[in-house]
Design a protein around this ligand. Structure first.
Ligand code: HEC
Length: 230
């Protein structure tokens, strides 16, 4: 009986010592056989520090600090940096006015279009749909008021208006300034214009080799008539 009690006592001791103190947070160093690099002299953000006159460990940026970023080349041969927030290519507004920029300030190349398609597919398709007509998948989950990009209201907007909708959002649509770069946003504008054109183009704009030939047309209507006759 004595051994049984001692046995139980040892079991209790073992369980408590192994499981009982788990989850406690300690700032003390863990037992280390070889000192590793977990601890080092450093200041935590916002920790008080008497070294500086303002008593803070995190110091504000030195006046005149220029943010590091890459220049964006524009169609007119000049460059713009993302921190130039007043610049038309960044704000989407004509300098010193509240009028939107009329045309995409970046050079519209096939590369920009491809980028626009990629980014549109990632960020806009769920709501606006692959063709831009507002038939994205969210429609089946209760969001039905998504505007069609082919809406005459949107078609007649300037490029800067669309850029600003992407940047700042509109109504229930959120802005994409923090997930899409300035170039991405202009690229999407270019792609949105291409989507619009796909429904606004005239026959003259389609290369001749894709025109439906008269004989084909006649054949097709003959087949259609035949079909109706039966
Ligand atoms: C979560 C769904 C959603 C996503 C994602 C979304 N939109 Fe929208 N968008 C909307 C809705 C809803 C409206 C209608 C807003 C309103 O008028 O209240 C709208 C409106 C617009 C308009 C018309 C604004 C106007 O002037 O009436 C444009 C242009 C547009 N979106 C472009 C885009 C582009 C480009 C993207 C991708 C970067 C995008 N949207 C992503 C939901 C979305």
């Amino acid at each position: 009986m004595r051994y049984v009690l001692i046995g139980i006592a040892m079991m209790v001791f073992l369980v408590v010592s192994l499981a009982g103190f788990r989850g406690d947070i300690s700032r003390k160093a863990p037992i280390e056989l070889i000192a590793d690099m977990d601890r080092q002299p450093k200041l935590r953000p916002l920790e008080p520090n008497s070294f500086f006159a303002n008593g803070m460990s995190s110091q504000p940026l030195v006046k005149g600090t220029v943010r590091q970023s890459e220049a964006i080349p524009l169609a007119d041969g000049s460059d713009v940096y993302p921190f130039e927030t007043e610049h038309p290519a960044v704000s989407g507004l004509q300098m010193g006015t509240t009028n939107a920029v009329v045309n995409i300030p970046l050079e519209v190349s096939m590369g920009l279009m491809e980028r626009g398609r990629e980014k549109y597919t990632i960020s806009c398709v769920p709501c606006h749909g692959g063709q831009g007509d507002g038939n994205g998948v969210v429609k089946y989950f209760g969001i039905s008021a998504v505007k069609s990009l082919h809406d005459p209201d949107v078609v007649k907007q300037s490029d800067g208006d669309i850029y600003r909708t992407i940047t700042l959002g509109k109504g229930v649509m959120k802005g994409y300034a923090n997930t899409l770069s300035i170039e991405d946003r202009w690229a999407i504008v270019a792609y949105a214009r291409a989507l619009q054109l796909s429904r606004l183009g005239t026959e003259d704009e389609v290369p001749a080799r894709f025109h439906v030939k008269e004989t084909e047309e006649a054949e097709a209507s003959a087949i259609a008539e035949e079909g109706q006759g039966k």
